[in-house]
Write a protein that binds this ligand. Structure first.
Ligand code: GLY
Length: 365
């Protein structure tokens, strides 16, 4: 099967391979000389394990099964993985392979980052969200009682393998939620994504669809370019927000996720959050009404929510003030001046923040 290779040109460059039925590329992404591989994967993907492990035939393979979803991002789960690696005498020339969604790649990346101060990791994401976001860019982490992703490190993979055939069994709602991050990339950097979404019948965006593949590839290219320019999120050049741009829509999205006790999918919250920052930019930065309208049209076309009023604004504001991206008491948002022209808006007025929230509440159930 044909595969597309996208180079992530950071100081330690690596490839993201994308295609349909391309798992046989896994061996080629492992560093030369690897003898032993630890596959970190959730219990729910047990059915995939046997054929997947066969791809590593001839190597010494151990399997570390972890809980599904966010439950995996726990220090006790990480500690159990370290324990197993210790028992197996895992060395610096061995490698971790993650097979799973974003929580698995975050946890597995963290285990790889911390074992012997860093061993090689290859991510094999199994959701759209993990393909276009979590698996690329080297952010790893676990959650603590104080919040999500507060303990972690930057540890880039040596390769990422995105096989769209792995999406065949993914519930439709998860594919749609993953498109939230894809459409976000359309607004911050690649408007061709928006044209593709606007001109494609949404139901046809199935795992074997060439358009879905193009959307995934384009979103990965956006992320690859951003992290190559600002891996550690210290800031971009010429007024560009740098890696912070990937947080477009995320400040309110994180507050909504928390207010719903994570009962909303991340991509759904991101869609609402992007419409919110578009409304905010219309008030605080003069973003044209057509671009605001295009946010509602593009996200809702793929089946994502664009209105929400599920919590009072003061609760959300309190959470946004402790967002990782806030500086001191000043709220910061990535907003658009126009399509693909992102800037940071620091310290918007509370009136604008409230008015933008009222605007996304209109039409909410
Ligand atoms: N998910 C946002 C980032 O990787 O920076």
């Amino acid at each position: 099967m044909s595969a597309t290779t996208i180079r992530v040109a950071t100081a330690a460059p690596y490839d993201v391979v994308v295609g349909h039925g391309v798992l046989d590329r896994l061996r080629g992404l492992l560093p030369a000389g690897v003898q032993r591989v630890a596959i970190i994967t959730p219990e729910s993907l047990e059915d995939l394990l046997e054929p997947f492990a066969e791809l590593l035939d001839g190597l010494d393979v151990i399997v570390l099964q972890v809980p599904d979803g966010e439950e995996a991002k726990d220090w006790e789960v990480a500690a159990a993985c370290w324990e197993s690696l210790g028992e197996e005498g895992f060395t610096r020339s061995d490698a971790v392979v993650t097979l799973g969604g974003g929580a698995t790649t975050d946890l597995g990346g963290f285990v790889a980052a911390t074992w012997l101060r860093g061993v090689a990791v290859v991510h094999v994401p199994t959701t759209v969200l993990a393909m276009v976001d979590a698996a690329v860019g080297g952010k790893t982490g676990i959650n603590t009682p104080a919040g999500k992703n507060l303990v972690g490190s930057f540890h880039e993979p040596v390769g990422v393998l995105c096989d769209l055939a792995l999406l065949d069994t993914l519930p439709r709602a998860e594919i749609v939620a993953g498109l939230g991050e894809v459409v976000k990339c359309g607004f911050i950097a690649d408007p061709r994504i928006l044209e593709l979404v606007e001109t494609t019948e949404p139901a046809s965006l199935t795992p074997d669809s060439p358009v879905l593949r193009e959307l995934v590839e384009r979103a990965i290219r956006v992320k690859a370019e951003v992290v190559a320019g600002d891996l550690k999120e210290t800031g971009g050049a010429d007024g560009h927000p740098g890696r912070e741009v990937l947080n477009y829509g995320h400040t309110l999205a994180h507050a909504i996720e928390r207010a719903t006790d994570y009962g909303i999918r991340h991509g759904e919250a991101v869609a609402i959050g992007c419409v919110y920052v578009a409304e905010l930019a219309a008030r605080a930065g003069g973003l044209a009404p057509e671009v605001v309208g295009r946010h509602r049209a593009a996200f809702s076309r793929v089946g994502l929510p664009v209105s929400w009023s599920g919590a009072d604004f003061d609760t959300l504001l309190a959470t946004m003030r402790v967002d990782k991206k806030a500086r001191g008491n000043q709220l910061r948002f990535v907003v658009l001046q126009d399509l693909a022209r992102p800037v940071v808006l620091a310290g918007p007025s509370e009136d604008d923040l409230r008015a933008a929230y009222a605007a996304i509440g209109e039409g909410a159930a």
